[in-house]
Design a protein around this ligand. Sequence first.
Ligand code: S3P
Length: 171
Amino acid sequence: MRVVLVGYMASGKSSVGKLLARELGLEFLDLDAYIEEQQQKSIKTIFSEKGEIYFRKLEHEMLSKVLDDHQDLMLSTGGGTPCYGNNMETILQKSDHSIYLQLSISALVERIKGEKEDRPLVKNIDDEDLPEFIGKHLFERRQYYAQAKHILECDGKDLETVVSEIKQLLL
Ligand code: S3P
């Protein structure tokens, strides 16, 4: 079984994916971590040295590769992964389940405030401008995330609750 988690930055894709994979006995991969390992560079460095377009090309290639290379996999993607090229189509075609971890703008703002440093797209945005930035960004991206097979509302839920609700969806 291949399961893919999608959603905005800081929606919990990596922590949910890791725990879920352990509970389901699936191999876990985080697409950003996979790219960093392949390139021997952090996402932050790839963005600053080569730019976003280069990163999106890598992300597109690695997404197909990891899905083709694994029959059984729990994959957490980057916040932008489904929104470029035909990546969401690839996710839908090559996975048994895709899940959008949905959070409100205000919940995302709260989470991202403390986690901007390693996220090149929000690093230079003042905290007070985050609601407007995230609101607009999410408006553009939601159409991709919403194509996922399942949408899970995550506001106010802790990690264990999200994981157990996803397990119900996969039954
Ligand atoms: C991005 C999200 C990041 C990472 C890159 C771009 C995005 O992943 O892939 O910085 O476009 O939203 P997280 O969702 O894990 O922060």
